[in-house]
Ligand binder design. Structure first.
Ligand code: GAR
Length: 209
Protein backbone atom coordinates (compact mmCIF):
# COMPACT_ATOMS: atom_id res chain seq x y z
CA UNK A 1 0.00 0.00 0.00
CA UNK A 2 2.74 2.52 0.80
CA UNK A 3 5.67 1.69 -1.50
CA UNK A 4 7.75 4.57 -0.30
CA UNK A 5 4.73 6.61 0.86
CA UNK A 6 3.74 7.37 4.45
CA UNK A 7 3.49 4.43 6.90
CA UNK A 8 0.29 2.41 6.82
CA UNK A 9 -1.96 3.35 9.74
CA UNK A 10 -2.90 0.26 11.75
CA UNK A 11 -5.79 -0.05 14.20
CA UNK A 12 -5.57 -3.04 16.55
CA UNK A 13 -8.62 -4.68 18.15
CA UNK A 14 -7.78 -6.78 21.22
CA UNK A 15 -9.72 -8.27 24.13
CA UNK A 16 -7.05 -9.43 26.54
CA UNK A 17 -3.37 -9.91 27.25
CA UNK A 18 -2.18 -8.18 24.10
CA UNK A 19 1.07 -10.04 23.49
CA UNK A 20 0.46 -9.93 19.73
CA UNK A 21 -0.22 -6.20 19.99
CA UNK A 22 3.11 -5.91 21.83
CA UNK A 23 4.91 -7.79 19.06
CA UNK A 24 3.40 -5.40 16.51
CA UNK A 25 4.29 -2.34 18.60
CA UNK A 26 7.85 -3.65 18.98
CA UNK A 27 8.17 -4.20 15.21
CA UNK A 28 7.01 -0.64 14.52
CA UNK A 29 9.88 0.72 16.63
CA UNK A 30 12.10 0.10 13.63
CA UNK A 31 11.93 3.36 11.66
CA UNK A 32 12.05 1.32 8.44
CA UNK A 33 8.93 -0.66 9.37
CA UNK A 34 6.27 0.57 6.92
CA UNK A 35 3.35 0.72 9.40
CA UNK A 36 2.42 2.42 12.68
CA UNK A 37 -0.22 1.53 15.28
CA UNK A 38 -2.45 4.61 15.54
CA UNK A 39 -5.22 3.29 17.81
CA UNK A 40 -6.04 0.25 19.94
CA UNK A 41 -9.66 -0.63 20.68
CA UNK A 42 -10.84 -3.16 23.24
CA UNK A 43 -14.24 -4.53 24.20
CA UNK A 44 -12.89 -5.14 27.70
CA UNK A 45 -11.95 -2.27 29.96
CA UNK A 46 -9.44 -4.35 31.94
CA UNK A 47 -7.63 -5.65 28.84
CA UNK A 48 -3.86 -5.57 29.28
CA UNK A 49 -3.72 -4.57 25.61
CA UNK A 50 -5.07 -1.11 26.52
CA UNK A 51 -2.25 -0.64 29.06
CA UNK A 52 0.34 -1.72 26.51
CA UNK A 53 -1.01 0.82 24.03
CA UNK A 54 -1.08 3.62 26.58
CA UNK A 55 2.50 2.78 27.64
CA UNK A 56 3.56 3.54 24.06
CA UNK A 57 1.49 6.70 23.83
CA UNK A 58 -0.96 5.06 21.41
CA UNK A 59 -4.62 6.08 21.89
CA UNK A 60 -6.38 3.26 23.78
CA UNK A 61 -10.15 3.14 23.48
CA UNK A 62 -12.56 0.95 25.43
CA UNK A 63 -15.89 0.36 23.71
CA UNK A 64 -18.38 -1.58 25.82
CA UNK A 65 -20.83 -3.56 23.72
CA UNK A 66 -23.40 -3.22 26.52
CA UNK A 67 -23.62 0.49 25.72
CA UNK A 68 -25.03 -0.32 22.26
CA UNK A 69 -28.44 -1.72 21.36
CA UNK A 70 -27.11 -4.41 19.00
CA UNK A 71 -24.03 -5.69 17.23
CA UNK A 72 -24.59 -3.49 14.21
CA UNK A 73 -24.54 -0.32 16.30
CA UNK A 74 -21.52 -1.54 18.25
CA UNK A 75 -19.66 -2.30 15.04
CA UNK A 76 -20.56 1.14 13.72
CA UNK A 77 -18.99 2.67 16.83
CA UNK A 78 -15.81 0.69 16.10
CA UNK A 79 -15.83 1.88 12.48
CA UNK A 80 -16.28 5.44 13.77
CA UNK A 81 -13.16 5.24 15.98
CA UNK A 82 -11.15 3.60 13.19
CA UNK A 83 -12.23 6.31 10.75
CA UNK A 84 -11.45 9.06 13.25
CA UNK A 85 -7.87 7.75 13.40
CA UNK A 86 -7.71 7.32 9.60
CA UNK A 87 -6.92 3.62 9.90
CA UNK A 88 -5.82 1.84 6.70
CA UNK A 89 -5.47 -1.68 8.12
CA UNK A 90 -7.35 -3.33 10.99
CA UNK A 91 -5.55 -6.09 12.91
CA UNK A 92 -7.51 -8.39 15.19
CA UNK A 93 -5.17 -9.59 17.92
CA UNK A 94 -7.04 -11.81 20.33
CA UNK A 95 -10.29 -9.91 19.71
CA UNK A 96 -12.90 -12.32 20.99
CA UNK A 97 -15.92 -11.00 19.13
CA UNK A 98 -17.22 -11.88 15.69
CA UNK A 99 -17.32 -8.88 13.37
CA UNK A 100 -20.62 -8.07 11.71
CA UNK A 101 -20.99 -7.53 7.95
CA UNK A 102 -21.02 -3.73 8.30
CA UNK A 103 -17.54 -3.66 9.79
CA UNK A 104 -16.18 -6.34 7.44
CA UNK A 105 -17.45 -4.43 4.39
CA UNK A 106 -16.25 -1.05 5.65
CA UNK A 107 -12.70 -2.47 5.64
CA UNK A 108 -13.02 -5.15 2.96
CA UNK A 109 -9.62 -6.71 2.22
CA UNK A 110 -8.09 -4.56 4.97
CA UNK A 111 -8.80 -6.64 8.10
CA UNK A 112 -6.41 -9.34 9.33
CA UNK A 113 -6.75 -11.86 12.13
CA UNK A 114 -4.31 -14.18 13.85
CA UNK A 115 -5.42 -17.65 14.85
CA UNK A 116 -3.50 -20.24 16.91
CA UNK A 117 -3.92 -23.21 14.52
CA UNK A 118 -3.26 -24.14 10.92
CA UNK A 119 -6.61 -23.11 9.43
CA UNK A 120 -8.92 -24.50 8.20
CA UNK A 121 -8.19 -26.91 11.08
CA UNK A 122 -9.51 -25.95 14.49
CA UNK A 123 -11.33 -22.64 13.93
CA UNK A 124 -13.14 -20.85 16.75
CA UNK A 125 -12.31 -20.98 20.42
CA UNK A 126 -9.58 -22.97 22.21
CA UNK A 127 -7.79 -23.97 19.00
CA UNK A 128 -4.77 -25.32 20.90
CA UNK A 129 -6.99 -27.59 23.04
CA UNK A 130 -8.83 -28.75 19.91
CA UNK A 131 -5.48 -29.71 18.34
CA UNK A 132 -4.39 -31.67 21.43
CA UNK A 133 -7.73 -33.44 21.70
CA UNK A 134 -7.69 -34.36 18.01
CA UNK A 135 -4.17 -35.73 18.33
CA UNK A 136 -2.52 -33.90 15.42
CA UNK A 137 1.28 -34.01 15.28
CA UNK A 138 1.64 -30.55 13.78
CA UNK A 139 -0.40 -27.45 14.47
CA UNK A 140 0.63 -23.80 14.26
CA UNK A 141 -0.47 -20.25 13.61
CA UNK A 142 -2.29 -18.52 10.74
CA UNK A 143 -2.66 -14.89 9.72
CA UNK A 144 -5.60 -14.44 7.36
CA UNK A 145 -7.82 -11.76 5.90
CA UNK A 146 -11.19 -11.54 7.61
CA UNK A 147 -14.41 -12.25 5.78
CA UNK A 148 -17.89 -12.72 7.21
CA UNK A 149 -17.25 -16.25 8.46
CA UNK A 150 -15.43 -17.38 11.59
CA UNK A 151 -11.72 -17.86 10.73
CA UNK A 152 -12.58 -18.55 7.08
CA UNK A 153 -10.91 -15.72 5.13
CA UNK A 154 -7.99 -16.05 2.66
CA UNK A 155 -4.76 -17.17 4.32
CA UNK A 156 -1.77 -14.81 4.23
CA UNK A 157 0.93 -16.66 6.22
CA UNK A 158 1.18 -19.82 8.30
CA UNK A 159 3.82 -21.38 10.53
CA UNK A 160 3.84 -24.97 11.73
CA UNK A 161 4.52 -26.03 15.32
CA UNK A 162 5.11 -29.70 16.26
CA UNK A 163 2.95 -31.11 19.03
CA UNK A 164 5.05 -32.93 21.64
CA UNK A 165 3.75 -35.96 23.53
CA UNK A 166 4.17 -34.17 26.86
CA UNK A 167 2.41 -30.97 25.70
CA UNK A 168 -0.34 -29.39 27.75
CA UNK A 169 -2.62 -26.66 26.43
CA UNK A 170 -0.31 -24.14 28.13
CA UNK A 171 3.02 -25.41 26.76
CA UNK A 172 1.61 -25.79 23.25
CA UNK A 173 0.01 -22.32 23.37
CA UNK A 174 3.34 -20.80 24.43
CA UNK A 175 5.23 -22.35 21.52
CA UNK A 176 2.53 -21.32 19.05
CA UNK A 177 2.64 -17.80 20.48
CA UNK A 178 6.35 -17.48 19.64
CA UNK A 179 5.42 -18.11 15.98
CA UNK A 180 2.45 -15.73 16.17
CA UNK A 181 4.72 -12.92 17.33
CA UNK A 182 6.95 -13.18 14.28
CA UNK A 183 4.16 -14.00 11.80
CA UNK A 184 1.90 -11.00 12.49
CA UNK A 185 4.50 -8.25 11.94
CA UNK A 186 5.64 -10.06 8.76
CA UNK A 187 2.07 -10.09 7.40
CA UNK A 188 1.60 -6.41 8.24
CA UNK A 189 4.88 -5.56 6.52
CA UNK A 190 3.79 -7.42 3.36
CA UNK A 191 0.46 -5.59 3.35
CA UNK A 192 2.13 -2.23 3.94
CA UNK A 193 4.61 -2.88 1.13
CA UNK A 194 1.67 -3.47 -1.20
CA UNK A 195 2.77 -7.04 -1.84
CA UNK A 196 -0.44 -8.94 -0.99
CA UNK A 197 -2.97 -9.69 -3.70
CA UNK A 198 -6.18 -11.59 -2.96
CA UNK A 199 -7.08 -13.94 -5.82
CA UNK A 200 -10.19 -15.86 -4.80
CA UNK A 201 -9.24 -17.95 -1.78
CA UNK A 202 -5.53 -17.45 -2.34
CA UNK A 203 -3.34 -14.60 -1.22
CA UNK A 204 -0.45 -14.09 -3.60
CA UNK A 205 2.71 -12.57 -2.16
CA UNK A 206 4.43 -10.49 -4.79
CA UNK A 207 8.21 -10.22 -4.91
CA UNK A 208 9.91 -7.05 -3.68
CA UNK A 209 9.89 -4.57 -6.58
C1 GAR B 1 -3.55 -15.53 20.55
O1 GAR B 1 -3.06 -16.84 20.75
C2 GAR B 1 -4.41 -15.46 19.31
O2 GAR B 1 -3.95 -16.27 18.27
C3 GAR B 1 -5.71 -15.99 19.86
O3 GAR B 1 -5.84 -15.38 21.12
C4 GAR B 1 -4.55 -15.17 21.65
C5 GAR B 1 -4.43 -13.72 22.06
O4 GAR B 1 -3.24 -13.50 22.76
N1 GAR B 1 -6.81 -15.68 19.00
C6 GAR B 1 -7.83 -16.51 18.79
O5 GAR B 1 -7.95 -17.57 19.34
C7 GAR B 1 -8.86 -15.99 17.79
N2 GAR B 1 -9.76 -17.04 17.41
P1 GAR B 1 -2.69 -12.04 22.99
O6 GAR B 1 -3.84 -11.22 23.59
O7 GAR B 1 -1.56 -12.21 23.96
O8 GAR B 1 -2.24 -11.51 21.66
Amino acid sequence: MTRGGPPVRVGVLASGRGSNLQAILDATRDPDFPARVVVVISDREEARALERAAARGVPAVHLNSKDYADRDRYDRAIVGVLAEHRVDLVCLAGFMRILGPGLVHAFAGRIMNIHPALLPAFPGLAAQRQALEYGVKITGATVHFVDEGVDTGPIILQAGVPVRPEDTEETLSERILVEEHSLYPRAIRLFAEGRLRIAGRRVLVEATP
